[in-house]
Write a protein that binds this ligand. Structure first.
Ligand code: MZP
Length: 504
C-alpha cells in the first residue's frame, strides 16, 4: 500500500523568523555572505567558496555570457545552459573566462585602410569610443594604432579617408606588455592621463585593453569570484546523455563548476554521470547533483561520493507545470527541511558536509531569506535573473511596459526533451513540463542583487548572525496562520499611488 507522509507539503511563505539577540557587532558591514559550494570534511574549509549564496538556473532564458560575467562579478555563479550544441556552450564559457577582470579582449577593431565612415558606424553600433587598429582588423592582429572618437570630427573631416590618417600610430601610443599586473596598468593610465591602455605581446600583437573606467568598476565589485589566474569562475549545466563529449569541451573552455541539469536527479543515470566526471577530472571540478525532494534522494546522491552539492526542488519553478502534469514534486520548504535534516545525519555519520542549493519557486526576497535560514547554503533562481538586463533574451514592450520572455527548459520552446526523458531517442513525450511566459524587466542584475543582499544582511543581524552558517544554526522559525499572513501585510490603511494624489 502507498505510504502517506504525516505532514502536508509546505512552502516558504508559511514561515517567519523570530529575531534573536542583536549584539553591537551585528552590523551589515561585518556580515559575510560566503558559502561553500564543494563538499568538505566537517570543520575543514571547502575547496571552493562562493561569495554570495546565489546561482542562476541552467536555462536558455537565464544563463548566457552576460549573466555568467555579471553574476561572477557579484560573487555568485551562473550555470550556462546545456540545451544547446556543445560548441555553442563551450564558446560561451570561453567568453566568460576571457572577461579577465580589467583586461578585456578588444571587440571593436579596424584595419588602417578602413574608412572613417565605416569606423564611425562601428562606434555608433557598439557604443565603444575606442577602436584598436590592427593589420588584419582582428583583436589579436599586429597592433598599428588607436582611433578614438576624439581623433576626428565627422562634420568637418572627410569620412571617405582611411583610419590611418586619423589614428594615433603605435609609435605614439602608450602601451603595456603581457604579464603586467592590473595595478601596474592602472598606474600607467593614471600617470599618462590616458583612458585606455593597449596590452601587446612580445611580437607587437594586440593582446587586450585596460580601461580606466574598469578600475572603478573593479573597485565596485569587491566580491568577484575569481580563479587563481584572476579570471572569472564559470559554471555550466550538463546532461546525463552526451556528458562524455560535453564535459571535456567545457573543461577545456575553462568551466570548473558543473551542475547536472535534471528535473528528477534521484536516478542511476545521474550517479553514473557524476562518477565518470569525478574519475576523469578528480577534484579539479565541482559537481552539483539533483534535483531531489526527499532525504532518501539526497542520501543516494551524497553516498555516490562524486557529488559536491545537491539541488533541492521539483515542480516549484515559476514556469514549471511538472506537478500538474505528472503528479510528482513536493512543497519546497518541506523538501528542504527533510533534506537538511538528512544532511546533518550524513555529516555526523561520515564527517562530510554536503552543501545544499534550494532551486526554484522563490517568489520574493523573504522566501530567499527563509530558505537560507532553514539551512540552504545557496539558492538557484531562474525568474529572478530572467527579469534582469543580463538575461539572454530581448526586451519586448507589452501595453507600454517592458518585459522579457522566460520559458521552462521542459517547454516545447526549449526543445530539451533529453532532460525529461532518458529514452528520448526511442520515445519523445507528448506533453510539456514548462510554460512559455513573460516577466517584467527590472534593470541590471547588480541593482537587484544589491537590494536582496542588503535585506539578507539586515535579517542576519536581527538574528544575531554574521555568517550564513550561524544564521541557520540560530534560526527559530514559526509557522503562520492565514490570518497572521494577512496581519503581516499592510492592514487597515488605505494605500495610494502618490502620483494620483490631489490637494483638497
Ligand atoms: P524559478 O526560479 O523560475 O522559480 O525556477 C527556476 C528552476 O525551475 C530551474 O532552476 C529549474 O530547476 C526549474 N525548471 C526549469 N525549467 C523547468 C520546466 O520547464 C523547470 N519545467 O521546472
Amino acid at each position: 500500500m502507498a505510504k502517506i507522509l504525516p505532514d502536508i507539503s509546505r512552502t516558504f511563505s508559511e514561515y517567519l523568523l523570530i529575531p534573536r539577540l542583536t549584539e553591537k557587532k551585528h552590523i551589515a558591514s561585518n556580515v559575510s555572505l560566503q558559502v561553500p559550494i564543494a563538499r568538505h570534511k566537517v570543520g575543514k574549509p571547502s575547496r571552493q567558496m562562493i561569495n554570495i549564496p546565489f546561482v542562476s538556473a541552467s536555462m536558455q532564458a537565464v544563463s548566457g555570457v552576460d549573466m555568467g560575467i555579471a553574476l561572477a562579478r557579484k560573487g555568485g555563479v551562473a550555470f550556462v545552459y546545456c540545451s544547446q550544441s556543445i560548441k555553442e556552450q563551450a564558446d560561451m564559457i570561453k567568453k566568460i573566462k576571457h572577461h579577465k577582470a580589467g583586461f578585456v579582449e578588444s571587440d571593436s577593431n579596424v584595419q588602417p585602410n578602413t574608412t572613417l565612415k565605416e569606423a564611425i558606424a562601428i562606434i555608433e553600433e557598439t557604443g565603444h569610443s575606442t577602436l584598436a587598429v590592427t593589420d588584419d582588423g582582428s583583436n589579436k592582429g599586429k597592433f598599428l594604432g588607436i582611433l578614438t572618437d576624439k581623433d576626428f570630427w565627422e562634420y568637418e573631416d572627410d569620412v571617405k579617408k582611411c583610419v590611418s590618417e586619423f589614428m594615433t600610430p603605435v609609435d605614439q601610443v602608450v602601451f603595456g606588455t603581457v604579464g603586467i599586473s592590473l595595478h601596474q596598468a592602472n598606474l600607467i593610465l593614471h600617470r599618462e592621463k590616458k583612458e585606455c591602455l593597449p596590452i601587446l605581446d612580445k611580437s607587437g600583437n594586440l593582446d587586450s585593453l585596460v580601461f580606466k573606467k574598469d578600475f572603478f568598476d573593479h573597485k565596485n565589485n569587491p566580491s568577484e569570484l575569481l580563479d587563481e589566474k584572476k579570471s572569472l569562475i564559470a559554471g555550466a549545466g550538463v546532461n546525463t546523455h552526451d556528458y562524455k563529449e560535453r564535459v571535456p569541451a567545457l573543461v577545456e573552455a575553462g568551466a570548473t563548476i558543473f551542475v547536472l541539469d535534471a528535473s528528477d536527479g534521484y536516478s542511476e543515470f545521474q550517479k553514473e554521470t557524476a562518477q565518470w566526471m569525478r574519475k576523469t577530472y578528480g577534484d579539479a571540478i565541482i559537481i552539483g547533483g539533483g534535483n531531489v525532494v526527499s532525504g532518501e534522494g539526497f542520501r543516494f546522491l551524497a553516498e555516490s561520493d562524486a557529488i559536491d552539492f545537491v539541488k533541492v526542488g521539483i515542480g516549484g519553478g515559476s514556469i514549471c507545470i511538472t506537478r500538474e502534469q505528472k503528479g510528482i514534486g513536493r512543497g519546497q520548504a518541506s523538501a528542504l527541511l527533510e533534506i537538511i535534516e538528512e544532511r546533518e545525519k550524513f555529516a555526523k555519520e561520515k564527517g562530510e558536509y554536503v552543501p545544499i542549493c534550494s532551486d526554484g519557486g522563490l517568489a520574493n526576497d523573504t522566501q530567499i531569506i527563509i530558505a537560507l535560514a532553514m539551512g540552504a547554503d545557496m539558492v538557484m533562481m531562474g525568474r529572478y535573473f530572467a527579469m534582469t538586463d543580463e538575461s539572454p533574451t530581448p526586451k519586448v514592450s507589452i501595453k507600454g511596459r517592458l518585459y522579457k520572455p522566460y520559458w521552462g527548459e521542459g517547454s516545447n520552446r526549449a526543445r530539451n526533451w533529453q532532460r525529461y526523458s532518458h529514452d528520448a531517442k526511442s520515445h519523445s513525450y507528448k506533453f510539456e513540463e514548462g510554460v512559455d511566459a513573460y516577466v517584467p524587466v527590472v534593470g541590471p542584475v547588480t541593482d537587484v542583487l544589491d537590494v536582496t543582499l542588503d535585506k539578507i544582511r539586515s535579517t542576519m543581524c536581527n538574528n544575531g548572525a554574521l555568517t550564513l552558517k550561524e544564521f541557520s544554526e540560530k534560526a527559530i522559525l514559526t509557522r503562520i496562520s492565514e490570518q497572521s499572513f494577512i496581519e503581516g501585510g499592510t492592514s487597515n490603511v488605505f494605500t495610494v499611488d502618490n502620483d494620483t494624489l490631489e490637494n483638497v
